[in-house]
Design a protein around this ligand. Structure first.
Ligand code: NAD
Length: 396
């Protein structure tokens, strides 16, 4: 089958198996080229197939030599439909981990469900005994509560008033104004239920109760703060409420885990091109400007660079992990440097359809977006026949 990108708005409905494998291999090589990380031996990554979760799993395995279990929600190829990018990424990861002599297992299904938690616990028990690291990196538009059966949807909306700012169609380069109506209280409640900390806490409780978490285990989940430009729609909007809940959960979990020598953190990561961030209005344009400024200053990082720095310097850097006044790890420190933000603001004010390619790295954004799905890698013949049906080794 000839596999080409097919886009519908902010999503690409096809993925290329060989291109995804190359993207994973590049991340593996990056980590192998760095000094080893001394830390985790057995890691569980929830939301492990793309973005920050995949990079976390790669650093745990190829940086620290850890055995890993990855939990994710991805689809295999079916008929004329390719598998999802996360499926192909995970197939490539499992292969690379096996070649390196590392144990690794994939659990595909809804992380919010009791069934997948039980399956994961059984796999840990049978294969690894216990895990000493749990990374929680799920980003989802929906969640069905395992106890009440209620299905919640998350929305990205401001609170209190309508928010208007510049946004871009990154396929065409058209810059326009996006206006988003404020959320209702119920939309806030639902977004917190999907993207807040409840499920992370349920995972940690279930793992502890089952005795499959080491006493000194570390757990980390990811959050975002970002610049003034996006505050109304992100940090001070519905998703920000969910992140506040996640951060409060982190503090609570830390109190509980530290009683036996364990730790819980929330890490504030940098804004990056992922499937989740491309769906947020305004954010892709901000990322394009940020990329231009950070690349010019030699400070640009992708998911893998961010996660390597998180593991090697913060989580397992030796000594106390540095945190901000709210107890959060700040791996967004380079993004938030005042001189970077001042330059972004200046460019932002001048942005229009006419100058967007000159004032931002929109071309870089667009390319990375397609690379998420295994396209535009520069290393695959996209006109050649490809086999969409790829099996994942070690699938539970
Ligand atoms: P992503 O879309 O690349 O990855 C999400 C992962 O969650 C995938 O592996 C997917 O399979 C998995 N997933 C989704 N629903 C699931 C379900 N029901 N069960 C099991 N797995 C499920 O997202 P990302 O951008 O890497 O985001 C991960 C975390 O990092 C989020 O908390 C996000 O808010 C945070 N973060 C992202 C950015 C950014 O700019 N991308 C910045 C800072 C923090």
């Amino acid at each position: 089958m000839i596999i080409q990108p097919k886009t519908r708005g902010f999503i690409c409905t096809t993925a290329h198996p060989d291109g995804c494998a190359i993207q994973v291999q590049r991340q593996v090589e990056y980590v192998k080229g760095k000094p080893a990380v001394k830390g985790t031996r057995n890691a569980l990554v929830i939301g492990a197939s793309t973005g920050y979760g995949l990079a976390s799993r790669i650093v745990a395995a190829f940086g620290a030599g850890a055995n890993t279990i990855g939990v994710y929600f991805d689809k295999a190829a079916e008929g004329a439909r390719t598998a999802s990018a996360g499926w192909y990424n995970s197939a490539a990861f499992e292969e690379a981990a096996s070649e390196a002599g590392l144990k690794s297992f994939s659990i595909v299904g809804d992380a919010f469900s009791d069934e997948i938690k039980d399956k994961t616990i059984a796999t840990i028990r049978e294969e690894l005994g216990q895990v000493d690291l749990v990374v929680y990196s799920v980003a989802s538009p929906r969640r069905t509560h395992p106890k009440t059966g209620e299905t919640f949807s998350s929305v990205i909306k401001p609170l209190g008033g309508t928010y208007t700012n510049k946004t871009v169609n990154f396929h065409t380069g058209e810059v326009s104004l996006a206006s988003i109506q404020p959320a209702t209280e119920d939309e806030v409640r639902q977004t917190v239920a999907v993207m807040g900390g409840e499920d992370w806490e349920m995972w940690i409780d279930a793992l502890r109760d089952a005795g499959v978490l080491t006493e000194d285990a570390t757990t980390v989940a990811y959050t975002y703060i970002g610049p003034e430009i996006t505050h109304a729609v992100y940090r001070e909007g519905t998703i920000g409420r969910a992140k506040e809940d996640l951060e409060a959960t982190g503090l609570r979990l830390n109190d509980r885990l530290s009683a036996t020598g364990g730790r819980a953190f929330v890490s504030v990561n940098k804004a990056l091109v992922t499937q989740s961030s491309s769906a947020i209005p305004v954010v892709p344009l901000y990322i394009s400007v940020l990329y231009k400024v950070m690349k010019e200053k030699g400070l640009h990082e992708g998911c893998i660079e961010q996660m390597y720095r998180l593991f090697s310097e913060r989580l397992y850097g030796g000594g106390e992990t540095a945190v901000d006044e709210k107890g959060r790890i700040r791996i967004d420190d380079w993004e938030m440097r005042p001189e970077i933000q001042a330059e972004v603001e200046q460019l932002w004010a001048a942005l229009s359809t006419e100058n967007v390619y000159a004032l931002s790295d929109l071309e870089g954004y667009r390319k990375e977006f397609f690379q998420l799905f295994g396209f535009e890698t520069g290393a695959v013949d996209y006109d050649a026949d490809a086999e969409p049906d790829v099996a994942i080794a070690n699938l539970r």
